[in-house]
Design a protein around this ligand. Structure first.
Ligand code: ADP
Ligand code: MG
Length: 252
């Protein structure tokens, strides 16, 4: 076969096999391999690596979009020196991602502005980059979604859909007062995820205040019991970042 014919067939074949990255770079990689007198295996490996890498990037980009995570709350922009030493050590372990396989939960407590949301989002983003599936929801939005699904008899479908995520981040549990029906769907979600997948929660309210959230003592105890059974608790007993930042600004 003439070289031109070979190229044409190769392009068609790679298109059929859905290897777009290889298709785009095979010519240039082949020329480089000839110039370097590279082995056939090295030539092929370069192409395979490029294809794998491009696919991985694509998967991560899609997972980031699906996660609904705020992309600016990264670990790079988070000042870990503010964290209590014990919390910082936990963060290192969480970043390894093994807690997801064990369906362990993460509970971040602290006053407003202490960095709970930023910290859990930063961990979430790192986990997505390590190819774990993460979904972020503000608690009030999540509750409304659950209610709407229940109304349309789609609750089992929604729970199944969310079941595909390794971690569900529920931000600001207890911040908005909810009705009994709203709390019921939230409790059902927590019960459904128990030992099926991780839940990562931020809350300004310590457990002692959770009866306000779940309304009755039995439901509250059951919710706490399920969440705490396999869990890492991050106590951010630190001042508000915003408050400190504005104080510094004023001082300067
Ligand atoms: P919380 O969820 O505890 O109320 P946030 O995570 O929303 O607090 O933090 C409040 C603001 O301060 C956000 O803009 C956040 O990015 C910033 N912030 C908090 N802690 C830190 C930190 N350790 N390093 C950098 N920015 C922080
Ligand atoms: Mg928050």
């Amino acid at each position: 076969m003439s070289r031109r014919n070979t190229r044409k067939h190769l392009q068609e074949g790679l298109k059929d096999l859905r290897l777009p990255t290889m298709r785009g770079s095979v010519q240039q990689v082949a020329e480089q391999a000839r110039a370097d007198s590279a082995s056939y295996e090295d030539f092929l490996l370069t192409l395979v690596d490029q294809e794998r890498d491009a696919r991985r990037q694509g998967r991560i980009a899609r997972a980031l979009r699906a996660s609904n995570l705020p992309l600016e709350k990264t670990l790079e922009t988070f000042d870990r020196k503010r964290l209590p030493r014990k919390v910082d050590a936990h963060v290192n372990v969480l970043l390894e991602g093994a807690f997801l396989d064990r369906c362990e939960n993460v509970l971040a407590f602290g006053q407003p502005g202490s960095g709970k949301t930023h910290l859990l989002c930063a961990i979430g983003l790192e986990l997505v980059h390590a190819e774990h599936r993460v979904l972020f929801r503000r608690c009030d939005v999540l509750v409304q979604e659950l209610l709407a699904a229940k109304r349309d008899l789609l609750l089992p479908k929604l729970l199944k859909q969310w079941g595909r995520y390794d971690a569900l981040i529920i931000d600001d549990l207890g911040y908005v007062q909810h009705s009994r029906e709203e709390m019921e769907v939230l409790f059902n979600l927590l019960a459904h995820r128990y030992e099926r997948g991780s839940v990562m929660i931020t809350s300004n309210l310590p457990f002692s205040g959770w009866e306000e959230i779940f309304k009755d003592p039995m439901t509250t105890a059951a919710a706490i019991d399920r969440l705490v059974h396999h869990s890492v608790v991050l106590e951010l007993n630190i001042p508000s970042y915003r408050l400190e930042a504005s104080k510094k600004q004023r001082a300067a």
